[in-house]
Ligand binder design. Sequence first.
Ligand code: HEM
Length: 408
Amino acid sequence: MSPQKQHAEQCPEPLAYPFWTTEGLGLHPDYRELRDKPLARVRLPYGEDAWLVTGHEDVRAVLSDARFSLSEAVRRDHPRISPMPRVGGGLIAIDAPDHTRMRSLLSKEFTARRIEHLRDRVRENADELLDRMVETGPPADLVEDFAFPLPMTLICELVGVPYEDHHHVRAWADTVCAGNAAPEVIQEKAGAFFERMNGWVAARREEPADDLLTVLIRACDQDGTLSERELSELLNEVLIGGFVTTTNQIANFFSLLLLRPDGDQDLLARLRAEPGLVPKAVEELLRYVPLLNGLILPRYALEDIELGGVLIRAGEAVVVSQAAANRDPGVFPDPDQLVLDRSGAAHVSFGYGTHYCLGAHLARLELQVALERVATRMPGLRLGVPVEKLRWRSKEFFSGLRELPVAW
Ligand code: HEM
């Protein structure tokens, strides 16, 4: 390692991070300042200082290098936006070999082929929700009436949680994602949620079915490849991950399409006229929306590692911004333009490497069906309130809308 590499002590005062965007889905301008700097020192509201990585290539390098550890982050006072360190465990909090063992139990349930079989079922669900909206008539809230129930119904079905119980999942997810809940509140809600989960597990032990609960219970009881605690952690991760991100993205996508950032072009009309464009449009919208506020769980360097001319010392934390990487001008020409038929490099919105999103195929399917069905079924869809009246969630884990009033 060459001694002249820049390291933490040579850096100026850390920047306050995240760069919160209060409204809309623009990339915070402070990221642009960092475009020429491979890494910056940052200080989050809680936990240790970290290196922030924003370039597309560097982000992929961090996410695919096993020397950057996730389980170490759980042991440390990791940089975060919430007073309480991360709760819940799951795949995203562990390294190989445990990660490999646990992920292999689930990955065969989420392959592209398996998920593609669900397309008709998801279309049916989407059409039922849209029928209900049409029947009731405008205005409607696209979040409550469509973006939330579509993925929630599906993930409850796949996991084997009775849909009548979905509000327990939602209440727990709301607490976790708000980011500012007091530790006592989180503890209390976690207790209630995991108790409820024990009920779902017990019921499925009595009566196995064709669902994820049964797959995981079998791994626990028959094969011994999963502990009871790991079973709860995986269920928690899949249930929360299985709807929160997709719900936010469906609403975010429609807000962008309805606001027509591409001049006067009616983007929904274009998707209606060119349904073959939908998969590409979904990828471009995934790239464009800064969903995660740069806050996937930080990694910790297990040894000294050089990245972009900077020496990251063993034991230092690294946070990556997928949002910034997705707007890297060296990789995406005109990165701040939404170009529905963009081709070229892949975004990193589902992560990269070993922890690449387990539900990526499922999320893509839901997002594609959502765009296709709404474009087809709701011609003339428009915002139901002036843009300034849209209520964006601020300082939470995910960028998104509290509601999306629409008319047609
Ligand atoms: C638009 C929707 C979604 C987005 C943007 C998204 C994003 C991500 C990202 C960025 C990661 C990697 C985090 C990291 O490396 O630290 C991840 C992991 C994960 N996601 Fe998703 N996700 C989405 C939908 C889903 C769905 C529908 C599921 C349901 C199964 C899911 C389950 C998971 C799980 C279990 C992991 C952990 C994988 C591992 O660590 O091996 N996600 N997701």
